[in-house]
Design a protein around this ligand. Structure first.
Ligand code: ZN
Ligand code: ZN
Length: 152
C-alpha cells in the first residue's frame, strides 16, 4: 500500500467516524489528518502546530487539539505519556505494532517489537472473553549511555 492509498484510506476512516458522531467535515480536520500521516515517529502537538503555521495552514490551536482528540478516539493516532515529558503522538494505521522503553535519566524513548506481546493479548482476550481494542505497555529504566556516564 503506497502513501497515497494510505492517505485515502485514513481519510475514509476519519470521514466515516465524523459522520457517525454527527460532526462537521471541515477541511481543517482533514488537513490535520494529512499532516499527521505525513510524519514518521513521535511528535507533540505544539511542534505540529508551529509547523502547520509555518506552512501557512489556517488552523487554530483549539481546532488542532480538538482534532487530535477525535483522531485518538477513532484509533488513527495514539497518545503516549513518556515519563515526565509532554504528551507525544504517533499514527497507528499500517504502522508496525511496537512498544516503548523510556530512559528516566535522559528521556530517550526507544521502540521494540516482540510478538509475545500479541500472544499475551490473544490469551487474555480468550481466557477473560474480551475483544481487546488496544493495550498500553511502557518499560522505564536507565539506558546504557547514562549508566556509562554515571560510572566515570
Ligand atoms: Zn539515558
Ligand atoms: Zn512509537
Amino acid at each position: 500500500m503506497g502513501c497515497k492509498e494510505i492517505q485515502a484510506t485514513v481519510r475514509q476512516i476519519f470521514s466515516n467516524y465524523i459522520e457517525k458522531k454527527g460532526l462537521r467535515k471541515t477541511p481543517e480536520r482533514f488537513a490535520i489528518l494529512d499532516e499527521v500521516y505525513a510524519r514518521t515517529g513521535h511528535f507533540d502537538v505544539e511542534t505540529l502546530y508551529i509547523q502547520m503555521k509555518n506552512a501557512s495552514y489556517q488552523v487554530s490551536r483549539a481546532t488542532l487539539y480538538n482534532t487530535m482528540d477525535l483522531l485518538i478516539d477513532c484509533g488513527l493516532i495514539v497518545k503516549h505519556q513518556f515519563g515526565k515529558n509532554i504528551a507525544q503522538f504517533e499514527k497507528t494505521y499500517r504502522c508496525r505494532q511496537h512498544d516503548h522503553i523510556i530512559c528516566t535519566s535522559c528521556g530517550k524513548v526507544e521502540e521494540y517489537c516482540d510478538p509475545r506481546v500479541h500472544e499475551i493479548e490473544n490469551t487474555v482476550a480468550q481466557v477473560l472473553d474480551y475483544t481487546i481494542t488496544k493495550h498500553s505497555l511502557y518499560f522505564y529504566g536507565i539506558c546504557s549511555d547514562c549508566r556509562k556516564k554515571n560510572k566515570t
